[in-house]
Design a protein around this ligand. Structure first.
Ligand SMILES: [Zn+2]
Length: 537
């Protein structure tokens, strides 16, 4: 009898990978998907081969391998469907029960007894042809979406976006001289003191006083240039507004992929590297600030899976093993961190730990740390104890925040208090350990998102979202060029003019709105966000 050609187990194994990628096309770089694809293919081949050696039955081995790999690659998703739609509040431990039940069921369906009884040779042939066909059909949908996205996206970045930076200014180089280390620390979503007082009833002035005592300048009228993390950080690192992206990608574009290059190859980094600096990245797990090509990449874990991998593994059977009550979890996490609250928390805590040790690295150095706090999710209380939100891991803020306002206020202020304590220690350590007095900038990339919960539109009050924490430590207190409403786009201009002999003109401090999903459709909201809206949460 002719041997049937069996390929469906491989396509079944690829479906969860391509499915997840197809749902996140606008923020996943294709190269991030390569490793999971290779692993899926190798794992399937290996399991098929092993089963075949054991069972001496090609069709049965393929059947078992296909459905086991397929199910194990998406079991956390299956569990969440059950939890979300059928049995609310189901404990994650039931993911393990689900794994067991389905495994037993599949082993039974693939058992010799069942096949001898119900699978005569002709039916086996038919099943292989049928499953081969099904495996092609299910892959058509994600592959079609991926193809459609990329056939459009290919026009968005004919040349790297960073090549457009500085086009309207005479080029400048940094004078080498006393070369202070530069620390640029983003505390994601950290709002301005008056916004915290008005909307959260929280007085942040003791912290600001501590900073003033140490010689910090407080930009107490600062507002961000953009309201979204990726735009704000990309712009501040490039020292200019990035509204030209609207012409490159189109106002209706949803494609954030070219922005990775623009953020990573940013102008501040390039100028400093030309001046002999090494670039040190303190990893926070945030997609837009994981510049893997940094000279020194400091990450909390023993391995460096990319963000897609961390998301993908968290949807697989591995998700069942990342539970606080399991003794294996901490070790597993160290080698294979998956997206979730534990990993999120480790990124925050370790980034703060690591910042205190960075001064030991040889200089001169440009240190960039983007810490995802006090931004939601709220995973740490004010004393540093772990918090576990009672909804599946999401990082959404404002209109996409997964809980209510009371919880937001409490969680947000808890993380502010935690950060305040940790940040003061970090500052003291950096100042104590540095050979030369460094420059330190600590900044919110945008404000909090409490009022955005009312709706993420330009008609709502955006004052809170635009008002940022923004403080500067300048050696020898050369703070003459700083002013209360300085915005992030001017941070590096001021640093370079003050310490590196450049003559960058300061740009007008403006704020632009755009939707998270449609990032390049900019609306100038500068005048609107200057005033407190009189809205209470
Ligand atoms: Zn942010």
């Amino acid at each position: 009898m002719k041997k049937s050609f069996i390929f469906y187990p491989f396509l079944f194994a690829l479906y969860p990978v391509f499915g997840l990628y197809a749902r996140n096309l606008t923020e996943i770089q294709p190269r991030e998907v390569i490793r999971p694809v290779i692993i899926a293919i190798i794992a399937t081949g290996l399991i098929m081969w092993l089963l075949n050696r054991l069972l001496k039955d090609r069709e049965r081995s393929a059947f078992l391998a296909a459905f086991l790999v397929f199910f194990y690659s998406a079991s956390e998703l299956a569990y969440r469907v059950i939890e979300g739609y059928l049995i609310h509040g189901l404990n994650e431990a039931y993911h393990r029960v689900l794994l067991l039940v389905v495994t037993v069921m599949l082993v039974f369906l693939g058992s010799r007894a069942v096949w001898d009884k119900y699978m005569p040779p002709a039916r086996r042939q038919l099943m292989v042809s049928y499953l081969n066909l099904v495996s092609i059909i299910i892959l058509i949908f994600p592959l079609y979406n991926i193809g459609a996205f990329w056939s459009k996206a290919i026009d968005d970045a004919p040349q790297p976006w960073s090549s457009y930076i500085g086009a309207n200014e005479p080029p400048q180089t940094l004078a080498s001289g006393n070369s202070p280390d530069i620390y640029y620390i983003i505390l994601d979503g950290y709002g301005r003191a008056d916004a915290l007082a008005a909307l959260y009833g929280y007085d942040n002035s003791p912290f600001l006083d501590e900073l003033r005592d140490r010689g910090f300048y407080i930009g107490d009228q600062s507002q961000s240039n953009y309201l979204r993390t990726s735009l704000s950080i990309t712009s501040s690192l490039n020292m200019e507004y990035i509204n030209f992206t609207e012409d490159l990608a189109g106002a209706e574009s949803t494609d954030r992929i070219p922005m990775f290059e623009l953020a990573s190859n940013n102008r501040a980094r390039q100028l400093l590297e030309q001046a002999g600096y090494q670039f040190v990245l303190v990893d926070s797990g945030s997609a837009f600030s994981r510049f893997y090509d940094a000279d020194t990449f400091i990450t909390p874990f023993k391995t460096r899976p990319n963000l897609f991998e961390m998301w993908f593994y968290s949807t697989t059977a591995l998700g069942a093993l990342y539970q606080p009550e399991l003794p294996i979890t901490p070790t597993l996490q160290e080698y294979l961190p998956v997206a979730g609250y534990a990993t999120h928390r480790a990124f925050i805590v370790d980034a703060l730990d690591n910042l205190s040790n960075v001064p030991d690295l040889p200089g001169p150095k440009f240190v960039f740390a983007h810490i995802i706090a006090p931004h939601p999710p709220f995973v740490i209380d004010e004393n540093g104890n772990p918090l576990q939100p009672d909804y599946p891991y999401v990082t959404g803020d404002g209109a996409s925040f997964a809980s209510d306002k009371e919880y937001y206020i409490q969680g947000y202020i808890g993380q502010v208090k935690y950060l305040n304590k940790r940040v003061l220690t970090v500052i003291d350590n950096i100042l104590k350990k540095s050979n030369r007095t460094p420059v330190i900038v600590i900044q919110g990339d945008h404000g909090p998102g409490l009022l955005l919960m009312n709706g993420d539109t330009p008609d709502n009050c955006l004052w809170e979202r635009a008002s940022i924490f923004n403080v500067y430590y300048f050696p020898e207190t050369k703070t003459d060029a700083l002013y209360p409403s300085i915005s992030p786009v001017n941070s590096f201009r001021t640093i370079f003019n003050t310490y590196f002999g450049t003559t960058f003109e300061l740009l007008p401090d403006k704020t632009y709105y755009s939707l998270f999903e449609v990032p390049y459709n900019f609306l100038d909201i500068t005048d609107k966000v200057r005033n407190e809206c009189g809205v209470t949460p």
